[in-house]
Design a protein around this ligand. Structure first.
Ligand SMILES: Nc1ncnc2c1ncn2[C@@H]1O[C@H](COP(=O)(O)OP(=O)(O)O)[C@@H](O)[C@H]1O
Ligand SMILES: [Mg+2]
Length: 397
């Protein structure tokens, strides 16, 4: 794979680099292509000491020698290699993926299949798009993946990026003594780092310019970033083994297609994060706050998971649910001695609108919370969210 040799052909005013099979080779700057053509040289891709690939001029005979090893021989070579080497590697990979659930940290809740799919995609060099509702663990899962695979990790929050060009490519500065200098972004450093995992967090909320810049590095057939819009500007190839993981806050209906370009989405495999159910969420809260009141953790999860059920109904009174992130926040308050009423005031009601007064989302949530609060002044038989719900005031424990 590192041994790529290209020859340059002139096509009217353009210089085209092709490999021995006549396929166009991307990622060589126009000036380099012209130089090779003018000097009757071939171009060979080499890997520098820092792991950074570059193109160097070599004698045209180098290209010719690749060329004369006619296709059938090359194919046979590859075939015999496949029989000798790849199966062994393949079994190793299969075993690794199979056992990967045992190395998933307990603090991340994710089904075995989804976790294995995530690990598999990363070790197979696929770009992964994590989708799911806000606060369901997309960022956590991506960070955990990098930890577990022990690969260099780079984090970019694209949702917060104002100026995509400078964040993803870099800035040009002018200094009196040195003139114009280009300082490359940490994103460029990241793509130069072999085997790194690059998290493109909140890609769904990124500026469309960011999506455009990311089109070529994310394309498995291109994998480069052009530092400048001009044709002959420097091109930085994405180092070998780099995996991109993106997150998209899109809910599980996969509505992202509406916002993000189809072509961009096609560059990823999708791993959908599921929301936790009641049992899983209580387990998580217990794990994070073992000393908090267990009844309170149970009530918190009842309320949050209830909103996730209710919100799915077409005639739902609320338009948004409480995420696992909110549940964790509430559990922290419980641990710090807050009572349910206070937790609700601080961490539940602000998520729900007061518009509509007695018919508002907030009023609905107050009724949900009220089920669990003992209040001398409220006759308990009046509290009912769902007229046909008979176990309405049964505490979870
Ligand atoms: N599936 C999960 N497993 C464990 N913790 C979770 C999970 N989902 C959410 N959390 C908790 O909520 C917090 C926010 O999750 P995060 O990964 O930032 O959500 P997202 O990126 O999907 O918005 C996490 O730090 C963790 O405490
Ligand atoms: Mg996130």
């Amino acid at each position: 794979m590192s041994e790529i040799i290209a020859k340059v052909e002139k096509n009217k005013t353009r210089f085209k680099a092709v490999d021995a099979d006549g396929n166009v080779v991307d990622g060589i700057s126009a000036s380099m292509r012209r130089k090779a053509f003018d000097n009757n040289k071939a171009l060979q891709r080499a890997i520098g000491k820092t792991g950074r690939p570059f193109w160097r001029l070599v004698s045209i005979e180098e290209f010719a020698s690749v060329d004369t090893k006619s296709a059938p021989t090359t194919e046979r070579d590859e075939a015999s290699m496949e029989i000798n080497e790849i199966p062994e590697k393949h079994t190793e990979i299969v075993d690794f993926i199979k056992n990967s659930y045992s190395i998933k940290p307990r603090k991340l809740f994710m089904s075995e299949t989804k976790w294995k799919y995530l690990v598999r995609s990363a070790v197979r060099g696929k770009n992964v798009m994590m989708t799911g509702n806000s606060g369901c663990g997309k960022t956590l899962a991506s960070k955990t993946l990098a930890e577990v695979l022990d690969r260099p990790f780079y984090y970019f929050n694209l949702g917060a990026t104002q100026d995509p060009r400078s964040a993803l490519i870099g800035n040009t500065h002018f200094k009196k003594d040195t003139g114009t200098v280009f300082s490359e972004s940490s994103f460029i450093k990241a793509i130069r780092t072999p085997n790194s995992i690059i998290l493109l967090d909140e890609l769904s909320r990124a500026h469309p310019d960011a999506w455009n810049i990311l089109m070529t590095p994310l394309d498995p057939l291109q994998r480069y970033v052009r530092l400048d819009e001009s044709e002959d500007s420097e091109v930085v190839p994405v180092a070998d083994g780099v995996t991109f993981v993106a997150t998209a806050n899109v809910g599980n209906e996969y509505t992202s297609t509406r916002v993000m370009d189809r072509a961009l989405l096609d560059r990823f495999v999708t791993v959908e994060m599921d929301e936790l159910d009641y049992e899983e969420e209580v387990q998580l809260l217990k794990l994070l706050y073992p000393d908090a009141d267990i009844n309170m953790l149970g009530v918190i999860s009842e309320i949050t998971t209830e909103t996730r059920k209710v919100v799915r109904h077409s005639d739902s009174k609320i338009t948004d649910s409480l995420s696992t992130r909110s549940a964790v926040e509430m559990a922290g308050l419980a641990y710090d001695g807050f009572e349910l009423k206070e937790i609700a005031e601080a961490a539940i009601y602000p998520h729900f609108s007061e518009d509509g007064g007695s018919d508002s989302e907030r009023t609905f949530m107050k009724q949900v919370v009220q089920k669990y609060v003992y209040d001398e002044n409220t006759p308990e038989d009046l509290i009912s969210i769902n007229p046909d719900e008979t176990k309405g005031d049964t505490p979870p424990y």
